[in-house]
Ligand binder design. Structure first.
Ligand SMILES: NC(=O)c1ccc[n+]([C@@H]2O[C@H](COP(=O)([O-])OP(=O)(O)OC[C@H]3O[C@@H](n4cnc5c(N)ncnc54)[C@H](O)[C@@H]3O)[C@@H](O)[C@H]2O)c1
Ligand SMILES: [Fe+2]
Length: 389
């Protein structure tokens, strides 16, 4: 990472992403935050899991206490599809103009961005995603993440499965970048331990890949360094004891900072492999990343010494006797992945050996891989996959 090159200092142009409201019980501020968008009605997007876990309840209570007219669409599926987004948009169009409140993990946040955008473009469908980037404005969005992982509240696009065309589409627009990220760690107290581990590792990888990214700059590095410090300290504690509010709070803010970092810098090969592995096997995003994290770091180490030293120092690791900070960072990451029991061999994730060459080729071609500190070829990636099989 450098802020100056042979041509002098590198110029930067960075928009603050969104207003942040953070703290236990902050959900009480929701009516005021909706009012600040210029609306007095709310369309709440969520999923069945959140309703069943009782997370929707305090949100509805806050809306009711303020007398705010609202409707709920709770049918977002994990890795949402275009049909799912179209169904939510149909419901939202019937409800009419409102602020959209997205309550959930990355799946809900992504679907809600699509829904908000389609309401502003009444003749469009989610499968038109490629053309919607230049379309009319969507409804304003208030994002309330309930997993501490994706950082999807920091950007204005969602990753949606176009089941008819068998491809992922990116549906987004500047107008659906959340106006506010309402970060209330009390909403994550009931997130089960395996989901805490998978989503928390996602956040840690965002910090690490952001630091080592070719797109890193001093601002993304500041966010990513603090993200690694907070996530690495809080994740094992939140995994061990889900009701540790302090750990939940630190993890939530760390994951948000990691999202801010990656939005500015881009990511790398861990995400390149993770995307393709999830598409082939349905493995949850964070579990797919954990399967190859240390192995990709080993591969990148020759080109990422400074970034990995930054990772190791952020994790407060003791200075290594031999001065090999990259090795210290990799060992530190292995310890955290072990503590939260998220590392699995690829063969147990539904990837059969015959799939590995196409996973390797797909990972090299994935757009996130272009920011990896070393440019991998398919043979090197196949080698990484074989090592972790
Ligand atoms: N837009 C982006 O920048 C971005 C980045 C990375 C990933 N994503 C997308 O995010 C999705 C993954 O998101 P995720 O990892 O947050 O998982 P998720 O949103 O799919 O949620 C997983 C499960 O956890 C449950 N859950 C969520 N919060 C809970 C809580 N507080 N208590 C109890 N249960 C809870 C949900 O009901 C769901 O069943 C993928 O679709 C991925 O494509 C988007
Ligand atoms: Fe991720």
């Amino acid at each position: 990472m450098t802020s100056s090159g042979p041509g002098g200092p590198t110029p930067l142009s960075i928009d603050p992403t969104c207003r942040i409201e953070f703290g236990p019980g902050r959900i009480d501020r929701l009516p005021a935050l909706i009012a600040a968008t210029g609306h007095d009605r709310a369309f709440v997007v969520t999923d069945h899991g959140l309703r069943a876990a009782g997370v929707l309840e305090p949100v509805l209570k806050a809306l009711e206490a303020a007398g705010l007219e609202h409707a709920v669409y709770d049918e977002v599926a994990p890795n949402p599809s275009t049909a799912n987004v179209d169904a939510g948009a149909a419901r939202a169009r019937t409800f009419g103009t409102a602020a959209v409140v997205a309550l959930g993990g990355g799946s809900v946040l992504d679907a809600a961005k699509g829904i908000a955008l389609l309401v502003g473009n009444p003749s469009a469908a989610a499968a038109d995603a490629d053309d919607l980037w230049e379309a009319g404005d969507g409804l304003p969005l208030v994002a309330i993440p309930t997993t501490s992982g994706t950082g999807a509240e920091t950007n204005g696009f969602g990753v949606i499965e176009d089941t008819a065309a068998c491809r992922k589409v990116y549906i987004g627009h500047a107008s659906v970048k959340p106006r506010v990220a309402l970060l209330d760690p009390e909403l994550t107290l009931g997130l089960p331990a395996p989901a805490t581990a998978a989503t928390g590792i996602d956040a840690l990888v965002h910090g690490i890949e952001s630091l080592a990214s070719r797109g890193a700059n001093p601002i993304s590095t500041a966010y990513a360094t603090q993200a690694v410090a907070m996530v690495s300290r809080a994740l094992p504690a939140a995994y061990r004891n889900g009701s540790d509010l302090e750990a939940r709070a630190e993890l939530m803010l760390g994951a948000h900072l990691a999202g801010q970092a990656l939005t500015l810098s881009g990511l790398g090969l861990v995400h390149g492999i993770g995307h393709v592995l999830t598409a082939h096997t349905g493995t949850p995003h964070g579990v797919a990343l954990a399967a190859v994290l240390e192995e990709v770091m080993e591969f990148n180490a020759p080109a990422a010494q400074g970034a990995y030293e930054q990772v190791a120092r952020a994790m407060r690791l003791a200075p290594p006797a031999d001065g090999d900070w990259a090795r210290a960072a990799i060992d530190g990451v292995r310890e955290i992945a072990g503590a939260v029991e998220v590392k699995r061999p690829l063969r147990t994730l539904g990837a059969d050996r015959a799939m590995l060459p196409s996973i390797a080729a797909g990972a090299v071609a994935d757009p996130v891989t272009k920011n990896n500190p070393l440019s991998p070829d398919p043979a090197r990636v196949l080698n990484i996959l074989t090592t972790t099989y």
